[in-house]
Design a protein around this ligand. Structure first.
Ligand SMILES: [Fe+2]
Length: 385
């Protein structure tokens, strides 16, 4: 019997040029001092200029924290926290991909809770809402602008830690497809496959409910229709489709979960510092192929949403097709095979499998996972058998 709660703590404002309204929304949140959290690449590309101009016209002073790295570390969070504390910051504005938005969530956590970030990692540990955060994504991937998660890497153990709490969700997301027009194609590809992984895992995981299904399956369709064009041609239409797909997938997995692909990708990213989207992409087809038997109907739905030709096929065949479809999509957008990454060493697969097993999302995978299953899937993704 269905029995669940679904809520959306983040107010989403979607449209080309929304970034120019940052000052207006910061005022709504009561801002007197803002900290913009963005990496130097985003700043140098001019993607924070509209944010700055908008804050200035609203007469809101701002400071910057720009030492954002992929797979943000605990010490980045601590450093950003002290910058914000010294400037009496009361509203955070994150401009960037998941690393910037997650760093801002973690900084907001320390501003309101104190301690070290490890104290607040885990599910439902926060005692109050974090410092109000406006999230402005510059990639169509993480969905972090609407999720209650922040992933931070422990610099001593190299393990990725998750804050998982609705109190950490951004108050406002300004989702502006024009932000995608200038990002490099390989980043569009990797982040887009991350968004597809969110949609597929949200739809098929054990915590999926009808509300998240509705978001997830539409996100699969949007991403399948738009990713290749966004990588190759970068039209505003395909950027709009990808930004919608990514945010909608974020809503889906924020309230259901991700599953084994993310458990494995986070282990890989923690050990080798691989970009999150790349780590997902090298695993998604293999793990999907393994999971298909757990829910033929839902995987067949994914094949249909991807536009694969399932006419006349049995449900088993229609379901199985989606793994091949995902493999094709990864190839089409230029994702390399796992074996082509020199830093990945099969001797680490046991350690990586133990880390994946410990991930809070392991029980969400549609097929039961143990360390042994993870090892087999790492082998299969690496060796192809
Ligand atoms: Fe992800």
């Amino acid at each position: 019997m269905l029995d669940y709660m679904f809520s959306l703590p983040t107010e989403v404002h979607f449209g080309s040029g929304k970034t120019k309204e940052t000052g207006k929304y910061a005022k709504v949140l009561g801002a007197t001092n803002v900290m913009i959290v963005a990496d130097k690449g985003v700043i140098n590309a001019g993607l924070t200029e509209d944010v700055e101009a908008s804050l200035e016209s609203a007469s809101i002073p701002y400071t910057y924290y720009n030492k954002i790295v992929p797979n943000p570390r605990d010490y980045n969070v601590t450093e950003g926290y002290y910058v914000a504390k010294d400037a009496n910051v009361d509203v955070l504005v994150a401009v960037g991909g998941g690393s910037s938005i997650d760093t801002a969530k973690a900084i907001g956590t320390l501003l309101t809770h104190g301690g070290i970030i490890q104290d607040w990692c885990g599910a439902g540990k926060l005692e109050r809402k974090i410092t109000p955060l406006i999230a402005i994504p510059t990639t169509a991937g993480t969905g972090s602008e609407v999720t209650p998660f922040a992933v931070v890497t422990d610099s001593k153990t190299h393990v990725k830690l998750n804050i998982f709490d609705a109190k950490a969700a951004p108050r406002i997301a300004l989702v502006d497809p024009a932000m995608l027009l200038t990002i490099p194609p390989h980043i569009m590809a990797a982040t887009g496959i991350d968004a597809m992984t969110h949609a597929v895992e949200a739809y098929t995981c054990t915590l999926a409910v009808p509300h998240t299904d509705a978001y997830a399956i539409y996100a699969v369709k949007l991403i399948a229709e738009n990713l290749a064009d966004a990588v190759k041609n970068r039209s505003l239409d395909s950027c709009t489709g990808m930004m919608l797909g990514s945010t909608i997938a974020g809503i889906a997995f924020g309230y259901s979960d991700v599953a084994a692909v993310h458990c494995m990708a986070e282990a890989l990213g923690g050990l080798y510092d691989l970009p999150h989207g790349v780590a997902n992409a090298m695993l998604l087809p293999t793990v999907t192929e393994y999971n298909v038997t757990a829910n033929l109907k839902k995987y067949a739905d994914i094949s249909n949403a991807m536009g694969l030709d399932t006419a006349g096929k049995s449900i088993e065949d229609a379901a199985t097709m989606c793994a091949g479809g995902l493999q094709e999509l990864c190839k089409e957008v230029g994702i390399k095979a796992m074996k082509e990454y020199d830093e990945i060493n099969p001797a680490d697969f046991h350690e990586l499998s133990v880390a994946a097993m410990a991930n809070v999302s392991t029980p969400s995978n549609p097929r039961k996972m143990m360390v042994e299953e993870y090892e087999k899937l790492f082998d299969k993704a690496y060796y192809g058998k």
